[in-house]
Design a binder for this molecule. Structure first.
Ligand code: SF4
Ligand code: SF4
Ligand code: FES
Length: 259
């Protein structure tokens, strides 16, 4: 008997179903610039174990159903920051979200929606042009600036001084924060939270001498003052960085000229 598939649905019978698997309906916002004028939803019923990650579902669709499905991923362990996407409308890393945390209760059919992150141009399916994001990152000089003679030994730092910027060292440049920021959506010229987090990492480093240069850059019309303290960025960060707090600290450093 031939199964009639709903519009936008695909035959997924080739995907192996391990013992104990459940069926998850994965709806993906697909876009191929060579064929489509607009993105559209396509649907895949994927067998999955509760301990699978959303990235596994995407890999199975790509490997068994449609090799043209495009998305970025590398480490699969929440380290490289390359698989940020909107999962059920929230910016997450596909490799860090477990199926069991998305499953509908009461034995109901689970549907998971996956779309590209917002605020950056979609190149194809789930991957976006990250260049504006990295341009803002580079603009804040995210590297140690030190003048004078090279030291003859390592640059010493106390534990307390290292602690001062510990939180912002954890950034993996995934763009979950920046692409969840309403100010960034409305005007892409705002530096965005990730760039400010990476400026913070050096501004508050006692070994660095470039704080003033960076603060000047962030005092710009497109800098920290555009932030409306809505906390979307902090909620979105998969590394648990206190993004809004870091932005507030940079604002305070500008107001009181103190680092
Ligand atoms: S707190 Fe600021 S940077 Fe973060 S999402 Fe809100 S407006 Fe954007
Ligand atoms: S601050 Fe968090 S959400 Fe933003 S880019 Fe870095 S790791 Fe990603
Ligand atoms: S694949 Fe590297 S963070 Fe998800």
């Amino acid at each position: 008997m031939t199964t009639v598939l709903a519009e936008g649905a695909h035959d997924t019978s080739q995907i192996p179903a391990p013992e104990g698997s459940v069926t998850i309906t994965v709806k993906i916002l697909r876009f191929n610039p060579e064929l489509d004028s607009e993105p559209h939803w396509e649907s895949y019923d994927v067998p999955a174990l509760p301990t699978d990650r959303v990235l596994n579902l995407l890999m199975n669709i790509k490997n068994y159903v449609d090799g043209t499905l495009s998305f970025r991923r590398s480490c699969a362990h929440g380290i490289c920051g390359s698989d940020a996407m909107q999962i059920n409308g929230i910016n997450r890393l596909a490799c860090k979200v477990l199926v069991k945390d998305l499953m509908a209760g009461g034995g109901k059919q689970t549907t998971v929606t996956i779309a590209p992150i917002k605020g950056l141009k979609t190149e194809k399916d789930l991957y976006v042009d990250m260049e504006p994001f990295f341009e803002a990152f580079r603009a804040v000089k995210p590297y140690l600036i030190a003048y004078g003679n090279e030291p003859t030994r390592e640059r010493i730092q106390s534990i307390a001084d290292r602690e001062r910027f510990d939180d912002t060292t954890k950034c993996i440049l995934c763009a979950c924060c920046t692409s969840s920021c309403p100010v960034y959506w409305s005007d892409g010229s705002y530096f965005g939270p990730a760039a400010i987090v990476n400026a913070h990492r050096f501004i508050f480093d006692s070994r660095d001498e470039g704080a003033e240069e960076r603060l000047d850059i962030l005092n710009d019309a497109e800098g920290v003052w555009r932030c409306r303290t809505t906390f979307n960025c902090t909620d979105a960060c998969p590394r648990g960085i206190q993004v809004t707090k870091a932005i507030q600290e940079v604002k305070r450093a500008l107001l009181f000229k103190r680092v």
